[in-house]
Design a protein around this ligand. Structure first.
Ligand SMILES: [Zn+2]
Length: 568
């Protein structure tokens, strides 16, 4: 942060935004969560970020940069190299005559002002913007990337069109192509790279915001060299072409380190490689940032106060359930608690947490790992997944004996987690006495803020909404009285969102807290899912669709997107 906590406190008090005692509490809580007091205040919505941004700019004696909807002219962007922008937390915004206005996370950083002035040969007018605003504005560089990487890649690809190619030329070009593809993918925030071969060409696709997009087609004869390069990077056997292989390696983009997980499988025309890109350190987030509304946050916070019991997160692969559990662990991560995990795979490294990787080769399974961890005096344990009776049984015993257990289950919705546990062989009364909270979630793409527009709702869309509300448990009468919004939002598609109309993702959730009444129901009666859902509904349970629909009305995502992920 650019100002000290004392300065911050002075500004807040002078502007009547906090008083002494509130400030002390904020400081205490921020320290516990290991985050900056300002981030705490923003994430809990105790302080409006935009409003405070103006106050802070005034205090710093500079203008406030409005980066929210801005698309920066490429000719201005090219003046400041992206590496400098990332490292120094600045972004050029506009140029007028001889003066370049530069949004800066720290407008007092005169060294950087001089540096950028030397690079560009312009006078610099510093503007203030928060670090995350600058980070978001860095997507402006993506349009430049596309140009740059397409050019770089084309140059090396052309080498393979020559009639005679030395081994050395082939190796050097393949190395450069793989490096450029990796940088390109990291720059676009892609989560996976697919390189596969067909009868006539080799195809490269990136998964961005959960959707695969074609990036380029390459000449077929280039494919084996790319696969070979990837095998070398991830220390796999070069001469093995008929068996699947898994490996990993690390790479860097600026200051960010990435873990790349590699999977290679034989397909009809040759080997296919899938590279999964994972940032190696977990970026701490809040429940609000995951997409939970206030009610969901309150339920989750109540569950997190428990010292024993079980919190379950459900959903298919790629629904964001692991990220949610990591966030909860991060929030619970205090020096005085012992947190252990048994995972497959370990997706991020967490500070002060003992993380164990499942390894079938040495018989280290979720069940045996969990049993071993229980002898390590843990308070909180995350078990990657419960999928058999043995794991469920140990987890339940642990939850009964003073441990808070976090885990995931493969069910489509939250209520179904109960019959799933019963099916696994857990006695119903034990489910009742250990479950604390069950949630289900999906990830939806967010509408691109650069090209968002409103559209009148169509009759068929209204019908789809009513159909989903009916499935959510609304009565006929409630549906008849339902007031549909007149307008909904969409993204038109622009160069910053790759013409998809979407940028980034957020979660939609459903969850229930097991209170006395629910525990009583679970322990007493023969379990009936329909009846159970009715009971939850009477207690105010909202389905994922209802949560998603709220986000549609708020212009965060589209109706199509919510329906798409719910049907997955
Ligand atoms: Zn857009």
């Amino acid at each position: 942060m650019i100002i000290s906590e004392t300065e911050l406190k002075d500004i807040l008090i002078k502007n009547h935004l906090v008083d002494e005692s509130t400030w002390e509490e904020i400081q205490k809580e921020a320290k516990r969560l290991n985050i900056h007091p300002l981030d705490l205040m923003f994430s809990r919505r105790w302080l409006d970020k935009d409003y405070f941004g103006n106050i802070l700019s005034e205090y710093l004696g500079v203008k406030r940069a409005n980066l929210r909807f801005i698309s920066i002219n490429p000719s201005v962007l090219r003046l400041v190299p992206e590496q400098i922008a990332i490292q120094k937390k600045v972004i050029p915004v506009d140029i007028e005559g001889d003066t370049l206005s530069l949004a800066m996370a720290n407008p007092r950083d005169f060294e950087t002002i001089n540096l950028v002035s030397n690079i560009t040969g312009k006078k610099i007018e510093p503007l203030f913007a928060f670090e995350d605003e600058i980070q978001r504005a860095l997507i402006n560089y993506q349009a430049l990337y596309r140009e740059k990487y397409q050019q770089l890649l084309t140059k090396d690809v052309q080498v393979f069109e020559k009639a005679f190619l030395t081994e050395e030329e082939e190796r050097i070009s393949a190395t450069r192509i793989v490096d450029n593809l990796l940088n390109y993918a990291m720059g676009l925030n892609a989560s996976d790279i697919h390189i596969e071969i067909f009868a006539d060409y080799s195809l490269v696709r990136f998964r961005i915001d959960g959707v695969l997009r074609e990036i380029m087609r390459l000449p077929k004869n280039l494919h084996p060299s790319l696969i070979a390069r990837i095998k070398i990077l991830s220390q796999l056997q070069l001469d093995e072409h008929f068996r699947p292989q898994d490996g990993r390696f690390k790479t860097k983009l600026g200051d960010f380190e990435f873990d790349i997980r590699v999977s290679i499988v034989p397909t009809m025309y040759g080997e296919k490689a899938v590279l999964r890109l994972l940032a190696s350190t977990f970026r701490p987030t809040s429940l609000a940032e995951l997409g939970m509304n206030e009610k969901a946050q309150k339920l989750m916070e109540a569950a997190m106060e428990k010292t024993y019991g079980m919190i379950l997160s459900t959903g298919p692969t790629g629904s964001g359930k692991t990220t949610t559990l990591y966030t909860i662990l991060q929030l619970l991560n205090r020096p005085e608690v012992n947190i252990c995990t048994i995972e497959d795979p370990i997706e991020y490294e967490l500070e002060r947490v003992n993380q164990i990787q499942v390894n079938p080769k040495v018989d280290l399974t979720f069940a045996s790992g969990l049993r071993a961890l229980l002898r390590q005096d843990p308070n909180i344990i995350m078990v990657g997944e419960i999928r058999d009776f043995e794991t469920a049984d140990i987890a339940i015993q642990a939850a009964l004996t003073g441990h808070l257990i976090l885990s995931t289950l493969h069910t489509n919705d939250a209520p179904t987690a109960v019959p799933r546990l019963i099916d696994l062989g857990v006695p119903k009364y034990l489910v009742a006495s250990t479950l604390v909270l069950v949630m289900a979630q999906r990830l939806v793409r967010k509408i691109c803020l650069n090209c968002i527009f409103t559209e009148e709702i169509k009759p068929y869309q209204e019908e789809m909404i009513k159909d989903q509300l009916y499935r959510s448990g609304w009565s006929k009468e409630q549906i008849e009285n339902f007031q549909s919004p007149r307008y909904i939002y969409k993204g038109r598609g622009c160069e910053y969102c790759g013409y998809s109309g979407y940028k980034g993702r957020t979660g939609i959730f459903e969850m229930f807290f097991v209170d006395d009444e629910i525990a009583d129901y679970l322990s007493r009666k023969e379990f009936n899912l329909v009846e159970f859902k009715d009971l939850l509904r009477n207690k105010g349970f909202k389905t994922m669709f209802e949560d998603g629909f709220e986000k549609v009305v708020a212009g965060i995502t589209t109706l199509e997107e919510v329906l798409r992920v719910i049907k997955e």
